[in-house]
Ligand binder design. Structure first.
Ligand code: NAD
Length: 293
């Protein structure tokens, strides 16, 4: 069993750290939020009071932080105090450039590090069924995999440093785009006199079929478990989708990749944010399309 420093015990980190503790690891938890820390301690982690306390005797450091600036700040501190040969695993969703920069700094300082953003949400974090998309050297990935297997069900190695973030934002850009397309199709059908269930029965077995339709159907009715059947309560919040779409657009700009539909999806989710409705599930963009927002 390893000693694992876990930094960032928010909505996602709490379940992930709990699963590591449940599996018998000695988990040293650190968060600037006292409530988050207290929950982690109640779930079997040991409280750390600062970065040195958390990482000094750890073999592995896992982080689950809001954005790139937090990751840079935390790792600047971690690298000062981590013991020789430690492995760093950043599971936060952050911009590709920062992920690559921090990994390169860690490697220069003699540490192994991967980026390992996730999909699967809070439910997946709690159940230990997350999907991890990892970027980094083969040896670092091989060392991280047994730990990731405790927190997740599918663990992919997407290539070199930052490629986990690339997979995550490219996938979520596609998700945002086909969710909006699905809303437009259901709205068009309904306005022309075709009810949602009939359209679903046809399109879900025809060429319009997609994940947003069959798992998160934005029209109430056809998919019982979808957020549209409970007032668009998340699920995966529109605010989170907007964060990922912004990361995708920033990355597209720096790579000179043409992503006009990604840009349009970002603008539409931006309208949900502007109207204060971004805490709804991302399928709630249906309300913008059908004029009920
Ligand atoms: P969160 O805001 O609930 O948790 C982040 C935690 O980091 C907070 O407890 C905060 O206090 C802590 N933190 C911030 N700065 C810190 C510092 N300097 N030192 C120590 N702790 C610090 O966010 P979350 O929902 O858990 O998401 C975490 C990451 O996972 C984000 O990058 C998010 O995009 C990604 N993600 C979230 C979901 C989801 O459904 N919530 C799904 C997939 C990916």
């Amino acid at each position: 069993m390893s000693t694992i420093a876990f930094i960032g015990l928010g909505n996602m980190g709490l379940g992930m750290a709990s699963n590591l503790a449940k599996a018998g690891h000695d988990v040293r938890a650190l968060d600037i939020n006292a409530d988050a820390l207290a929950k982690a301690v109640a779930a079997g982690c040991v409280q750390a009071d600062n970065a040195k306390d958390a990482v000094a005797s750890a073999d592995i450091v896992v982080t689950m932080l809001p954005a790139g600036k937090h990751v840079e700040l935390v790792y600047a501190d971690v690298m000062k105090h981590a013991s020789e040969g430690s492995l760093f695993i950043d599971c936060s969703t952050i911009d590709v450039d920062t992920a690559r920069k921090v990994i390169s700094e860690a490697e220069s300082a003699g540490f192994e590090m991967i980026d390992a953003p996730v999909s699967g949400g809070v439910a997946g974090a709690t159940a230990g069924t997350l999907t991890f998309m990892c970027g980094g050297a083969d040896a670092a990935f091989a060392r991280a995999k047994p730990v990731l297997d405790i927190m997740g069900k599918n663990v992919f190695h997407a290539g070199g440093a930052g490629n986990g973030q690339v997979a995550k934002i490219a996938n979520n850009m596609l998700l945002g785009i086909h969710m909006i397309g699905t809303c437009e199709a259901f709205n068009l059908a309904e306005k022309l006199g075709l009810d949602a269930q009939t359209f679903y029965d046809i399109s879900s077995t025809a060429s319009g079929q997609n994940w947003s339709m069959t798992n998160y159907c934005p029209a109430p009715g056809p998919v019982e478990s979808a957020p549209s059947n409970r007032g668009y309560q998340p699920g995966f919040a529109a605010a989170m989708m907007l964060k990922d779409l912004r990361l995708a657009q920033d990355a597209a700009q720096s790579a000179r990749a043409v992503t006009p539909l990604g840009a349009q999806a970002m603008a539409l989710y931006g309208l949900m944010e502007a109207s204060g409705d971004d805490s709804l599930d991302f399928s709630g963009i249906m309300k913008l399309i059908d004029g009920t927002l």
